[in-house]
Design a protein around this ligand. Structure first.
Ligand code: TXA
Ligand code: MG
Length: 344
């Protein structure tokens, strides 16, 4: 399959129709799969109401079909046609965080979405992305767009069009290149079909910010790390580089761990902040921002993890962060990328 690439300015005016975005929208209307930028990561979009179109997403990504997809809309007004009800809590969340990196799980309206989108659940995850290119594309396509992250399943999510191209060239109809994404990690997913609402995936909006808006929320039990042993070999890794990755509990012990691995003859890559990189000696050092600017770390995390695939590092060590605010999402992704493997 030929993969078209449209380059657009990330600052497009939402209300104007651009020929490149118009063409991408036509592809989507005809049931093709098109990658596009959002403020979190690149999404792999298809018409959420069409089985055939959504099937294309799963095929391109190699994604297991029991994992439901997020639906993207360009306005709150579209929701009445998509969900069974909108509760006061959901309205508050939309008002506070849309457009933005918050996916809300609603009770779905029957007969609207492809059952592949919802994995046959009676709920649907919806968000309105805060990116002019995404909003423009959804509006022009005239359809709610199902869009998981535009990576091969298991790889880190893409934060640039080049990341998408590397994973999916020849497998998707097109890629809208709107430059680098902003947040760098996926949206927070919150289930509002339960009381109190439950965070299923930490992301661009922190638990603290949500609680300021709607009061106490729960965390999915699998996210409560204090309760569960950090056992090796958990079910699956995700967001993972090719070389094995380990999390280093205390950045002051980073050099000691590097030396141990080098003594074993291994080439060592490290993913660290600027502060930790000072005085550090390793084979490949990738800096992902500052310890005092965790938004920066989030933005550069996936690109940093991916960058080791261009090296011959045998093993990767990653710096870790106290899991508060955005660092809750950072640590969730790092733990998955490392398959919960820690070094003290
Ligand atoms: O930032 C994002 O959310 C990106 C961009 C492209 O918007 N999208 C994204 O989609 O990360 P995806 O498909 O990779 O992640 C969807 C997550 C999965 O963890 C899935 O299990 C959960 O949302 N999810 C979707 N619908 C759900 C539902 N009805 N019930 C429970 N979880 C759901
Ligand atoms: Mg994903």
């Amino acid at each position: 399959m030929e993969t078209k690439r449209w380059t657009v300015d990330s600052g497009v005016d939402e209300k104007i129709s651009y020929p490149q975005i118009q063409e991408a929208a036509h592809f989507l209307q005809r049931g093709h799969v098109v990658a596009f930028p959002t403020e979190t990561v690149y999404g792999l979009g298809a018409d959420a109401t069409s089985d055939a179109a959504v099937k294309g997403i799963f095929e391109a990504k190699g994604r297991p079909s029991d994992n439901p997809l997020i639906v993207h809309v360009s306005s709150v007004g579209e929701l009445d046609r998509l969900v069974a009800e909108i509760t006061d809590v959901e309205r508050k969340l939309m008002k506070a965080f849309w457009p933005g990196p918050l996916t809300i799980i609603f009770r779905k309206k029957e007969g609207v979405f492809s059952s592949l989108v919802t994995a046959d659940l009676n709920s649907v995850g919806i968000r309105m992305p805060n990116h002019p290119v995404a909003l423009n594309l959804i509006r022009l396509a005239g359809k709610p767009l199902a869009a998981p992250s535009a990576n091969t399943s298991g790889k880190p999510s893409p934060t640039t069009a080049d990341h998408v191209a590397r994973d999916l060239t020849g497998k998707v109809a097109g890629i809208v290149d709107g430059g680098e994404t902003g947040v760098g990690l996926e949206s927070t997913v919150i289930d509002c079909t339960v009381t109190p609402p439950m965070i299923l995936r930490p992301g661009g909006v922190s638990k603290e910010e949500i609680e300021q808006c709607i009061g106490k929320v729960d965390l999915d039990p699998s996210l409560k790390k204090e309760d569960s042993p950090r056992s090796p070999g958990m079910k699956y890794t995700h967001y993972a580089p090719t070389a094995p990755m380990f999390l280093v509990r205390d950045s002051t012990s980073m050099q000691k761990q590097i030396n141990i691995l080098r003594d074993e003859g291994k080439k060592v890559g490290v993913l660290v902040t600027r502060e930790t990189a000072e005085d550090l000696s390793a084979d490949f050092v990738r800096i992902c921002g500052s310890r005092h600017q965790l938004d920066e770390v989030a933005r550069q995390l996936y690109g940093g993890i991916r960058s080791f695939d261009d090296t011959d590092a045998d093993v990767i060590l990653a710096e870790t962060y106290p899991p508060q605010g955005i660092a809750q999402a950072i640590m969730n992704r790092l733990e998955k990328a490392a398959g919960q493997k820690w070094l003290d």
